[in-house]
Write a protein that binds this ligand. Structure first.
Ligand SMILES: Cc1cc2nc3c(=O)[nH]c(=O)nc-3n(C[C@H](O)[C@H](O)[C@H](O)COP(=O)(O)OP(=O)(O)OC[C@H]3O[C@@H](n4cnc5c(N)ncnc54)[C@H](O)[C@@H]3O)c2cc1C
Length: 535
């Protein structure tokens, strides 16, 4: 699932950092957990630390499986692989991966003309059409009868509609900021192999408990196999169990259930056809939403719902009906989700990464970005050699701000819905548990003064760029009703939709068929600076 968040994870060099830099304050790191969080963190740490003599060991329980879901990414995952020097041609086939141009949201609004919209990943080409989109949307909020549905303005929407890949022909040098879909289990296995190649040590053992030093930090973990393993730094990647950050250090947890109701999911695979879509589809169902994620080998499907409003059996039946699988004996997987975050992701000598640090439901597929951002930011702090309380505070504020900003964007999907078919959707629309920032952003939108400046400066709508906020508000049809609209003035109607259509139509012809591209994945091109995409 999407999306473009603004966190500054620039594409880095493909090898480790300056190996002559000074002594690091940490010599031995133990990571507990071998899910995607454990292995991504291991690789991010290894890239900077192993050649400087730091020993990194990952412990994984043979008895606790990984969560085994999480199949969509934001575009930042491209930065993760690029920074490690791992080519798409290597990792994508190994993980049955496909390209992702964005997400279609289907059935979230009942407003005529807005029943469906696409949240795009932006591209350089969108610099040519975004101004027009923002202009039309602002004019429409002010009552002008102008076209302001996002799908008409973004190249990514065209590519997704045509099952095209976001990889331009050689002679068309416009980079598209794309994400990926992948098999979560295969991705874990791939990262595991890569981490071992890069010097991370692996130990299969079940951690039973941790012992604390006199100052309250973690001294060592003990295993069911009878070992005691000491380290300077412990990374908790133990999943929802949060073995170290919560069970050992008792770090307080902030739940988000007052504004994000979903707490469960059920997943089912289906067959993929000849043509492979290059988007995630998120369809609103009675008590939540269903994802449809294309891989080269299958579709991953799932229903994320609220157990306050429906039972697991009801959810499974509704998903099966949605997929046309009522009579099929394909087994379903049921999962529980805990939505919220710890207050301190870095607490004493423990860093929590992945589900152990918190989780916002997967509507925008942001969890891997949290992993990447938390681990990358931690390396920056470590390299500065500052492990003081002040450093902890700055780090935690940064990660918490990322969580809060993402939560607000996800909440907007629910708050702006106009469905009235179930209590679930009515309760979401009526929910007034909104952050102050979100209330201000909605008020600014409704005032007709435009939110581009506030979002562009990140005074409001933190973490998401202008095109994301305009896509969600316009895509959900947060405009005056059709009968209240008036003819636009000449100034309001100054942009020609025909010209935009023509530009996007001609441009999209330079992007090839998705399946064909996956069969011959092109070599990496140097990605231009991402900030250029945000005008
Ligand atoms: C329904 C659903 C859909 C999702 N969709 C997306 C998505 O589209 N995009 C996205 O980015 N994210 C998504 N996520 C989130 C994503 O799945 C996770 O963020 C990601 O897989 C990382 O999980 P993890 O490694 O933190 O935890 P896990 O995969 O649960 O791994 C935990 C690890 O800890 C180990 N462990 C546990 N206890 C012990 C112990 N006592 N001793 C030793 N080892 C132990 C386990 O063996 C395992 O290796 C989704 C999550 C859910 C629930």
């Amino acid at each position: 699932m999407t999306t473009a968040t603004l966190f500054n994870l620039t594409y880095g060099p493909t090898t480790g950092r300056d190996s002559h830099a000074g002594q690091l304050p940490v010599r031995r790191i133990v990571i507990v957990g071998g899910g995607t969080a454990g292995w991504m963190t291991a690789l991010i740490l290894a890239r900077s630390l192993i050649e400087r003599g730091v020993e990194i060991t990952l412990l994984e329980s043979p008895a606790v499986p990984t969560i085994g879901v999480g199949e969509g990414s934001t575009p930042w995952l491209r930065g993760f692989f690029d920074s490690l020097g791992i080519e798409e041609a290597e990792w994508m086939p190994a993980c049955h991966a496909t390209y992702k141009c964005g997400i279609t949201f289907d059935g979230w609004s009942t407003k005529p003309g807005f029943e469906r919209y696409f949240h795009p990943f932006a591209s350089m080409l969108d610099n040519l059409t975004m101004k027009q989109f923002v202009h039309n949307a602002d004019a429409r909020v002010n009552g002008a009868r102008l076209h302001a549905h996002p799908d008409r303005f973004f190249i990514a929407a065209r590519l997704a509609a045509g099952h095209r890949a976001p990889k331009a022909a050689e002679n068309f040098p416009f980079d598209i900021w794309h994400g990926y879909h992948f098999d979560a289990v295969l991705l874990g296995q791939f990262l595991h192999r890569k981490a071992l190649e890069r010097g991370v040590r692996y130990h299969s053992c079940h951690v039973t408990h941790a012992t604390l030093a006199a100052d309250g930090s973690i001294a060592a973990v003990s295993t069911r196999e009878g070992e005691t393993i000491a380290a300077d730094l412990f990374v908790d990647c133990s999943g929802f169990g949060a073995l170290l950050i919560e069970k050992t250090l008792h770090t307080p947890y902030v739940g988000f259930s007052s504004n994000l109701f979903n707490d469960a999911a059920v997943a089912l695979p289906t067959a993929i056809g000849e043509s492979i879509p290059s988007e995630t589809v998120s369809t609103a169902l009675r008590h939540g939403w269903a994802w449809k994620i294309p891989l080269t080998s299958r579709f991953g499907n799932g229903y994320v719902y609220s157990s306050q409003f429906c039972t697991a059996d009801e959810a499974e039946t509704e998903l099966r009906r949605h997929l046309g699988l009522l009579d099929a004996d394909v087994p379903a997987r049921h999962l529980k989700m805990r939505i919220g975050r710890v207050t301190r992701h870095w607490n004493r000598n423990c860093l929590a990464v992945g589900l152990s640090q918190g989780f916002i439901e997967p509507l925008e597929a942001t969890a891997l970005l949290f992993i990447q951002q938390t681990a990358t930011t931690f390396v920056e702090f470590l390299e500065q050699g500052d492990l003081s309380e002040q450093a902890h505070k700055r780090f935690n504020e940064r990660v918490n701000a990322h969580f809060e900003g993402t939560r607000d964007y996800i909440v907007t999907h629910y708050k702006t819905n106009t469905r009235t078919d179930t209590e679930y959707w009515r309760a979401n629309a009526d929910n007034m548990n909104l952050s102050d920032d979100l209330k201000k952003l909605y008020a600014l939108w409704m005032s007709g003064k435009g939110i581009a400046a506030a979002v562009g400066q990140q005074a409001l709508g933190k973490g998401y760029p202008i095109f994301s906020w305009y896509s969600i508000m316009s895509g959900m049809g947060i405009f005056p009703d059709a009968e209240q609209l008036r003819p636009p003035s000449a100034q309001e109607a100054r942009f020609s939709l025909a010209e935009i259509d023509n530009l996007l139509e001609r441009s999209s012809a330079n992007y090839p068929d998705h399946r064909a591209t996956l069969e011959h994945i092109p070599p990496r091109r140097t990605a231009p600076a991402l900030q250029a995409y945000f005008w």
